[in-house]
Write a protein that binds this ligand. Structure first.
Ligand code: GLV
Length: 322
């Protein structure tokens, strides 16, 4: 059995790095999710696991892999890994920060614009042959984006990249929450550090960019939607469980908020069944980082972390322990 256990199909260039380094690997080329509890033989010999965010790597998996030195997640978020259990066992956890920032910010803006301008509904209307000519009161009147207020919940790398697009490209006013104020971003973009209630009350668009943790799980419930403006649009390209999805459905049905653009869902791959019936929702299947260039960079980065650790150099992108 091999030194490196790769749970899912990854790019050939990333595999080539392992070949060049003379490392021994087992690769799930089938590209279907594995049941890790049934992989005892692979885990027993594994010094490294390269995984995706859909692989739950908990204490049980780690205990089945006594030689494990590194878990390399092919994602920037790492809520699928029990980092505390890894730390206790001296196992390094790495992620892929930076390489997907701009790509995810692009998708965030695509959802924001699509929800604001009702692009998906209008596209379906055209395809159905319903366009009967320009009218002042066309069926797809949306809301302005240019010059509006965007509230960013979590001003990390992706939040900042979204803020830049909004401030520099769309003259938007930026409000944000974060663990600490970011004076350099305030200087660059005129962004204002505010409390979450102030952000919710004042924003025309609210975009979530915080990691999922015990503190952020269900950060958005009916109570938060009640504080938002009835025309406000919520965008989530972070993690589904940050929003209580049943409450979001109610908020949209009752008109507490105006719409939503969703890339992530509470129980992926399932989305709340009522979301599909809501015309004011644009939803896509967790494609924030889904361009070929970005996904390739993510796979390379995950594997580079493995080669660094197994060759005795330190990890390149260790995650902060909680
Ligand atoms: C994608 O959701 C990621 O965390 O990279």
């Amino acid at each position: 059995m091999a030194q490196i256990f790769i749970t899912r199909k990854i790019f050939d260039e990333a595999i080539a790095l392992l070949d060049e380094a003379g490392l021994d690997y087992w690769h799930n080329e089938a590209d279907s999710p594995l049941n890790l509890s049934g992989m005892a033989a692979q885990l027993a010999e594994a010094e490294a696991i390269v995984c995706l965010l859909t692989d739950k790597i908990d204490a049980q998996v780690m205990d089945a892999a006594p030689k494990l030195k590194i878990i390399a997640n092919t994602a920037v978020g790492y809520d699928n890994i029990d980092v505390a259990a890894a730390t206790e066992r001296g196992i390094i956890v790495t992620n892929t920060p930076g390489v997907l920032t701009e790509c995810t910010a692009d998708l965030t803006f695509a959802l924001l614009l699509a929800a604001a301008r009702r692009i998906v509904e209008a596209d379906a209307y055209m395809r159905a042959g319903k366009f009967a000519g320009w009218e002042l009161f066309q069926p797809h009147l949306g809301v302005d984006v240019y010059g509006k207020t965007l509230g960013i919940v979590g001003m990390g790398r992706i939040g900042t990249a979204v803020a830049r697009r909004a401030a520099l490209g769309f003259n938007m006013k930026i409000l944000y929450t974060a663990n600490n104020p970011k004076p350099e971003i305030e200087r660059e973009l005129g962004a204002q550090f505010v409390s979450l209630p102030d952000l919710l009350r004042q924003s025309d668009f609210v975009s979530i960019h915080t990691p999922l943790s015990a503190q952020t799980r269900h950060l958005f419930t009916l109570a938060e939607f009640h504080q938002m403006q009835p025309h406000a649009i919520l965008i989530n390209t972070a993690r589904g469980p940050i929003v209580k999805e049943a409450d979001l459905v109610q908020a949209l049905q009752r008109g507490l908020i105006g719409g939503a653009g969703l890339d992530v869902f509470e129980e992926e791959p399932i989305a709340h069944p009522d979301l599909a019936g809501l015309p004011n929702v644009v939803m896509v299947p967790h494609i924030g980082s889904a361009t070929t260039e970005t996904r390739r960079r993510m796979a390379m980065m995950a594997v580079e972390n493995v080669t660094a650790v197994l060759s005795g150099r330190g990890p390149i992108n260790p995650v902060r322990t909680p």
